[in-house]
Design a protein around this ligand. Sequence first.
Ligand SMILES: NC(=O)c1ccc[n+]([C@@H]2O[C@H](COP(=O)([O-])OP(=O)(O)OC[C@H]3O[C@@H](n4cnc5c(N)ncnc54)[C@H](OP(=O)(O)O)[C@@H]3O)[C@@H](O)[C@H]2O)c1
Length: 292
Amino acid sequence: MATLFLRNSPFPQLYFPKSFPSFPSTIRIRPLTSAKIGGSVTTEQFYERKEADVDVKKKIFVAGATGNTGKRVVEQLLSKGFSVKAGVRDLEKAKTSLSTDKSSLQIVQADVTESSTKLAEAIGDDSDAVICATGFRPGWDLTAPWRVDNFGTVNLVEACRKLGVNRFILISSILVNGAAMGQLFNPAYIFLNVFGLTLVAKLQAEQHIRKSGINYTIIRPGGLRNDPPTGNVVLEPEDTLYEGTISRDQVAEVAVECLVHPESYFKVVEIVSRVDAPKRSYKDLFGSIKQS
Ligand SMILES: NC(=O)c1ccc[n+]([C@@H]2O[C@H](COP(=O)([O-])OP(=O)(O)OC[C@H]3O[C@@H](n4cnc5c(N)ncnc54)[C@H](OP(=O)(O)O)[C@@H]3O)[C@@H](O)[C@H]2O)c1
């Protein structure tokens, strides 16, 4: 029986180089064809990798920046020399949960359930990439997962497309495709879908991203823990892992490493940590994933 740990999480923990001043690979976009995505006509795009522009510090927009993982993403980005635009629902909350004294941190109001046009204003024309660490907050509204984890993420992607922001990193979840991987009766799969089809909502958003043409990395962590890492990161291809946990510090680290490793481009990766796993470089970890 799969064991996904249920601790401090919305699904009540139900589950489950010193500095990186640069953002690799300038990406050039060449429109190719039009396609219909999520009811709107969009343009498929072609991305071409170029050499890393190693001397340029980049600004990263973090959606869900006051969340348990989001704030760790913000902290790690800042410590590695990135500028951060933190997208938050509640500006007052952000004052207490983020280090507001840093000049490289800007905080902006951004509710992902609002329109992509409004989100585009928040992201602005100075963001080079978006990391999405949002997740619905549990409550009585059973539509919240669909509105936040599906439509909200789609809104963010569409905002990026409007702006020409061509790098999108999503923190999703293992088991989103549980039905297809024979985990229909996994208790975590059932629990997370009973309350608002959470995993189905996340999978819908993932599918939108993958069709959008944007340069994505979808990170699917196992059950999230607030405590510091106890093991090494295990990174596997999509639809592989159905149990296990990982420290939010490591999830944030993987998200930030995606920015500097082209080996992560256009990939879905699943992550947990294990004490007996060997320590591997991120280049090696991302490079080992062969995305079909
Ligand atoms: N918990 C687990 O074990 C687990 C396992 C695998 C994957 N995940 C996924 O990993 C991601 C991060 O999880 P977490 O536990 O670190 O998240 P979290 O602490 O619950 O934070 C969620 C963030 O999303 C924000 N948010 C909610 N609705 C929003 C909206 N309409 N517009 C903008 N922001 C909104 C919240 O804002 P406020 O701060 O204003 O509330 C918060 O900052 C989530 O997608 C989660 O589903 C979780």
